[in-house]
Design a protein around this ligand. Structure first.
Ligand SMILES: Nc1ncnc2c1ncn2[C@@H]1O[C@H](COP(=O)(O)OP(=O)(O)OP(=O)(O)O)[C@@H](O)[C@H]1O
Ligand SMILES: [Mg+2]
Length: 236
């Protein structure tokens, strides 16, 4: 199976070379745990390798995303300008749209849409898709509706051969009973927790599932530095 670099060397080593090409990976974590930065590593590395990337962003503007990448040594400006990276902004709610219409006289695309619809916005020839964050699409869905819609989205992107990162915030992930894990090929969890011995907050990354890959399901400590995510040494 062809592997694609995650953009984080230590994680590639842990995953026998990286993600399996053409499959969907779920990244979950609470706010501020590093989900967006984690995905920026993947996008940056993919752009360096000449892969066509698409980021569907629900929460941040392209400017904020490019800025965040820049201060971590993941300068995506060039790729955004030459079209290798597309950032699609999807807005937050119908009320936001109504507000926009009232204020500015135009309507924006809303999040009050079915998940499979997101696959339509990916242009032909794309290699890498990141959706940050699918949680905002799930608040009005039952767990069963979410599962059905997420399965269709995942299946559609898989059939088209896109390697996809689905970012989902922990609130939506828990509200849908963590069932998103079952649909995807692999999942990565980011956690910030207190070290009981030192009282300090620490960042951890776990890979509880990666099909066709020999993984240790332990949590590995990491830091976010001026060079982005750095994993500490683990047993594997
Ligand atoms: N240059 C930097 N050096 C160290 N840490 C940084 C730097 N830039 C950002 N961070 C850390 O990264 C965290 C944010 O990471 P990120 O935006 O990826 O989180 P997230 O999980 O996507 O959050 P949300 O769910 O709110 O979108 C910040 O809270 C900050 O602690
Ligand atoms: Mg984020």
């Amino acid at each position: 199976m062809e592997r694609i670099s995650t953009g984080i060397d230590e994680l590639d080593a842990k995953l026998s070379g990286g993600y399996v090409k053409g499959k969907g990976i779920l990244v979950t974590g609470a706010s501020g745990t590093g989900k967006t930065i984690f995905a920026l590593h993947f996008i940056y590395r993919s752009c360096l390798d000449g892969k066509k990337c698409m980021l569907i962003a629900t929460e941040e503007t392209p400017e904020d995303i490019l800025h965040q990448g820049g201060i971590l040594g993941l300068d995506l400006n060039k790729y955004y300008e030459n079209g290798l990276l597309t950032i699609e902004r999807v807005f937050e709610s119908r009320s936001y749209q109504a507000d926009q219409k009232k204020k500015y006289g135009f309507e924006t695309e809303g999040l009050d849409i079915d998940l499979p619809y997101l696959a339509d916005s990916v242009t032909e020839g794309t290699d890498i898709v990141v959706i940050d964050n699918i949680g905002v699409f799930t608040l009005r869905l039952t767990a069963q509706d979410f599962r059905e819609q997420f399965d269709v989205l995942n299946y559609t992107l898989d059939k088209k051969g896109y390697t996809t990162i689905f970012i989902m915030d922990d609130t939506a992930y828990n509200m849908t009973h963590q069932i998103a894990d079952y649909s995807v090929y692999g999942s990565v969890k980011l956690v910030v927790k207190e070290n009981p011995y030192t009282g300090k907050m620490e960042r951890y990354m776990g890979v509880p599932k990666m099909r066709s890959t020999n993984i240790l399901p332990d949590m590995v400590m990491f830091e976010i530095t001026s060079e982005g995510i750095k994993l500490k040494k683990s047993k594997q």
